[in-house]
Design a protein around this ligand. Structure first.
Ligand code: BYC
Length: 472
């Protein structure tokens, strides 16, 4: 399905046939651009970047490469192809026709879901705003900007739904998406992780690995929605999410690889010596992984959630890949969940619908293992005796049953004193953060790479890894 690029807002939704919607979006566009100029990538807005742009939503057209100055990126509105006679795949209305409009009774919760999803997109651009200034290479700088512009487009995707289907309330919410600020004390972004600082590239790669993967799972849940325009919008967003996660996995892998090289060159496993040689030691990498994993795990919400139960029952949000389950209604079934009870862990049967957040979180954590296998293979191949471990989904939680519980990364309950004594072994300290941040100095000469990260093995779109991906 081709995208109409002759319009101010490229789209495949026949925007020109809906003058009201077109006017609303055209009024929002300059405000988006003001926001992008103020809070988008700092210092690079006038530079040419080798970026991928979607020109159609089919397999061939969604990745067209060319030179673009970021404020000229063709953000637009692209929905995946409609599925003929699509029916609702789960919940109380299982088997009924999908909705092409919003049923009145579900307006508020559906808007809340779209706003929560939409809020994360500009938040991440704000979080990464200054990162370009310490890029390890032009290849990485381009990756950052590619992720940034696509998050910008994901914001457009949610704003289209708000403007198109929620009238005045939707327009007000679209304004508010440009008004909240990541990390702001008075008007923060909605979800915890999106108010965390991302001051260095190790954090960025961890964020892309863990937090973008939450994005994947949430979008997959919304791609099942009975509200067809939301489902189609999220299906198309998912095509871009895979790249973001690969930036994370490859980025962490290259930092691990460099650490191993330095350890072997110096014949040491002393973190201080690895640091002195300008690389990031493996225990520090593990602490960053622990932090970003635990923060991203919180994004699935509480283990028991009536919000999640009613979103499932009403057809607003399903489970990722709903077809894999046998029971799509889950009216009478239960699932066993463990929870802390003083110093013990007890098991409790809860209605499956109330446990939807936890079901998603479990699937997410299983997928998170993949990167660890790859990184650990790298470490083993380098002949080094160290294993990076995915922390338990209970570790360092701020939301749900396990919130503020003293647990080690394996998920074992500890005494408060043990936790206080060992916390610094498991989460980045201020000194770790200072070290990692100070290590990062910009490397912008084509073909050069910072000393704390290995070069990429492959370039973008069959170009060489040392190609001049950003013209400075
Ligand atoms: N931080 O019943 P509960 C992405 C709130 S990432 C702060 O536990 P529920 C991306 C919750 O909102 C994907 N607050 O949870 C990645 C609720 O507040 P209200 C983003 C939190 O509602 C990288 C209250 O606590 N998409 O795309 O079942 C770069 C009680 O909630 C948190 C979505 O999240 C938290 N971590 O589920 C760029 C999809 N967790 O409503 C982009 C849409 C919970 O009572 N959102 N709360 O004021 C949802 O499906 C649900 O809102 C949640 C929470 C899964 C987030």
């Amino acid at each position: 399905m081709a995208v109409d690029y002759s319009e101010r807002i490229p789209n495949n939704v026949n925007l020109s046939d809906d003058r009201r919607l077109q006017r609303a979006l055209e009024a929002w566009q300059p405000r988006f651009l003001d926001w992008w100029r103020e809070l988008g990538p700092d210092g690079f807005q006038a530079k040419d970047v080798y970026l991928r742009t979607a020109t159609s939503v089919d397999a061939e057209g969604w990745a067209t490469y060319g030179w673009v100055k970021m404020p000229d990126y063709r953000w637009g509105i692209f929905l995946a192809e409609p599925e003929a006679e699509r029916t609702i795949g789960f919940g109380d209305s299982f088997g009924d026709p999908a909705w092409q409009d919003v049923p009145g009774e579900f307006r508020a919760p559906l808007r809340r879901l779209i706003v929560t999803q939409g809020d994360t997109e500009p938040a991440s651009v704000e979080q990464l705003r200054r990162l370009g200034q310490t890029c390890p290479s032009l290849y990485d700088l381009r990756s950052l900007f590619q992720v940034n512009v696509e998050e910008g487009r994901h914001l457009w995707a949610m704003v289209y739904l708000l403007h198109g289907y929620f009238g005045r309330d939707g327009r007000e919410e679209a304004e508010a998406l440009l008004a909240r600020r990541s990390g702001d004390a008075d008007n923060p972004r909605i979800l915890g992780t999106f108010n965390e600082a991302i001051p260095d590239w190790l954090s960025f790669f961890c964020f892309s690995y863990f937090t973008d993967r939450d994005g994947k799972y949430q979008l997959k849940g919304l791609a099942e929605s009975a509200f067809d325009p939301l489902a189609r919008t999220c299906r198309f967003m998912l095509t871009e999410e895979a790249y973001h996660m690969s930036v994370g996995q490859l980025g962490v892998g290259r930092i691990v690889k460099r650490a191993c090289e330095v350890m072997n060159e110096l014949k040491t496993d002393d973190p201080a010596r690895v640091r002195a040689a300008g690389a990031i030691d493996l225990p520090t990498i593990q602490r960053y992984l622990n932090f970003w994993c635990s923060s991203s795990v919180d994004l699935f919400g509480s283990e028991i959630s009536t919000n999640a139960a009613s979103a499932f029952a009403t057809g607003l949000k399903g489970r990722p890949d709903e077809v894999q389950y046998e029971d799509h209604v889950c009216r009478d079934s239960t699932i066993a969940l463990e929870r802390p009870d003083g110093a013990r862990v007890v098991s409790e049967d809860v209605p499956t619908r109330n446990a939807m957040n936890e079901i998603m979180r479990r699937a997410y954590l299983t997928e998170c293992e993949i990167g660890f296998k790859v990184w650990n293979r790298m470490i083993k191949r380098a002949g080094i005796d160290f294993v990076l471990a995915l922390p338990s989904g209970r570790f360092n939680r701020r939301i749900g049953f396990w919130q503020d519980q003293p647990l080690d990364p394996a998920g074992k309950l500890l005494s408060q004193a043990e936790w206080d004594a060992r916390r610094g072994d498991w989460l980045p300290s201020d000194a770790d953060r200072d070290f990692v941040r100070d290590l990062m100095r910009p490397v912008t000469e084509p073909g050069k790479i910072a000393g704390w990260i290995a070069p990429p093995e492959r370039g973008i779109n069959n170009l060489a890894p040392d190609y001049e991906y950003v013209r400075l």
